[in-house]
Design a protein around this ligand. Sequence first.
Ligand SMILES: CSC[C@H]1O[C@H](OP(=O)(O)O)[C@H](O)[C@@H]1O
Length: 350
Amino acid sequence: MTAEFIKPVIWEGDAIRLLNQQKLPGEVEYIFLKTIEDVWDSISELKVRGAPAIGIAAAYGLALWAKKGGSDDLQVLKTELAEKAAYLNSSRPTAVNLSWALQRLLKIADQEVSTEKVITRLEAEAILIQQEDEETCRRIGEYGFSLLPEHATVLTHCNTGAIATSKYGTALGAFYIAKEQGADVSVFATETRPVLQGARLTAWELQQAGVDVTLITDNMAAHVLRTKKIDAILVGADRITANGDTANKIGTYGLAILAKAHGIPFYVAAPLSTIDLNTATGDEIVIEERHADEITHLAGKRIAPEGINVFNPAFDVTPHELISGIITEKGIVSGDYQTGLAELFEPAHI
Ligand SMILES: CSC[C@H]1O[C@H](OP(=O)(O)O)[C@H](O)[C@@H]1O
């Protein structure tokens, strides 16, 4: 099974079968999530990660809870659902897909007039979110591929592949479409300290798919941009605000500055579910800070002195001025992001 078709989240009706991404690349292990707490833990511990995949997992987590533990009283159930959605939403703060998916389910529940219908609709909507994301990611991949010159060499950061979404991925989707079209594309993947999504996940996904991929450490990016012919940098996103500012994996902002310094395009690939028009600018995005162990330990071995101060932001914000284009399933937005992003949500585009 090549990686672009490996599913990170599989709905089993009474449980969620989850690809445990913490075990990759050494082990392709699936675990069963049977409770909403299992889902919370899996998101928080990055067993499932990647903005769209987090949203899909949380949607199934809410549907699973309702199916197993929801009240028989409609008003009580709706109150409980809001509380459970808030609980799941507390697992990670930055990727807007988490709250987007949960709000979408709560809206569906609010329309129903029986507990049975609420429970049925929640499950159906969670399944629909995952199904829609497959076509969404394919289109993002097609638009991303359309931006690449022949024999393109692209640098990417973190993991934005099939295992971060429902299928194909976002930025990596461009490489899968290139492969499908028989086009020649080479990828430089940064290892992406401290959780190593690039080394552990992107290198693995692209290698499995037969895409030419070279792994580099994060601190090699500038040298690679100066000494190799890099045509573009293509990354994902966790939250894009109304003006186009973009939160993505820590290190992305530095790559955007490097792209500008080297005069190459810097693209962000993301679905509309990652665009948050309710947040005006990147200054308002909550940046997740994670546990010090991610930095002081490597593969379980301590690499820094006991008691050392640690700062471990999992994301940074790239100002829209540094972004050449935002690639979505509805097309590519550039220039005036405030207008362009808002237009994506107008009826003509939906
Ligand atoms: C399509 S994945 C988007 C985004 O999510 C990743 O973060 P994490 O691995 O911490 O969930 C990374 O920022 C990707 O670019």
